[in-house]
Design a protein around this ligand. Sequence first.
Ligand SMILES: [Zn+2]
Length: 252
Amino acid sequence: MSWKHSLWRTISRVAGRTAQHSGLRVLGYHAVGTAILGDRYGLSTPPDAFARQMELVRSGRFGRPVSLSGARIDGSSEISVTFDDGYLDTLTAAAPILTRLSLPFTVCVTPGLLDSGRPHLSWPELKELALIPGCEIGAHGLTHACLDALDDAELSRELADSRRRLEDALGRPVTSMTWPHGAASRRAAAAARAAGFTRAACSLYGLNQARREPLLLKRVEITGFDHERDFTGKASGTWDWYALRQSDPARR
Ligand SMILES: [Zn+2]
């Protein structure tokens, strides 16, 4: 764990006293258990910590658990569990815990990463995951590019092709996504809407109120460094001050 994480943890204990509590909270995960080579960001959450975190979500203290597409975003308290990149352990480690607790969840996958093999899901494994009750499959770009950096034509192609490849494989609509690298903007949101998406989450910390653009939803990252107190803080808003260090894609 870095000194920065320790500093942010300390700030959160003080800044969190003014946290907002009503709205859609989106939690962002990557791997659950898989060791990721050279990972400095805590992208892999240990399965036992993940299980405890999901028990806390199941308790209802952070709001009604919803998938991204099932979120009302009407100002009521909701919480959504999302995964990026499509690691195999989403199926083998995370899904059994979520199923045991009857929690909905959204897995946003990148067709180009699935094509590249381990540690990502294969296409048959993605289909297996999609059949689990409560599991929504969303897109996460076609090649994991920073979509906002692409010109209009390339942006539209990435969005449309990611959706088409997933829908062709799964035989059902794909309407949610997360932005690779959190790279988004109002222009990218408009392109995602034109490509048929209705929900998309980025990496800006915070709670989503009723007026929030549904294609630029705020989301807090849960890392493998997080203690239980960090998790409850992130889920209840005491880390939302972190958005002061970020740029809101809704203003770009
Ligand atoms: Zn990603």
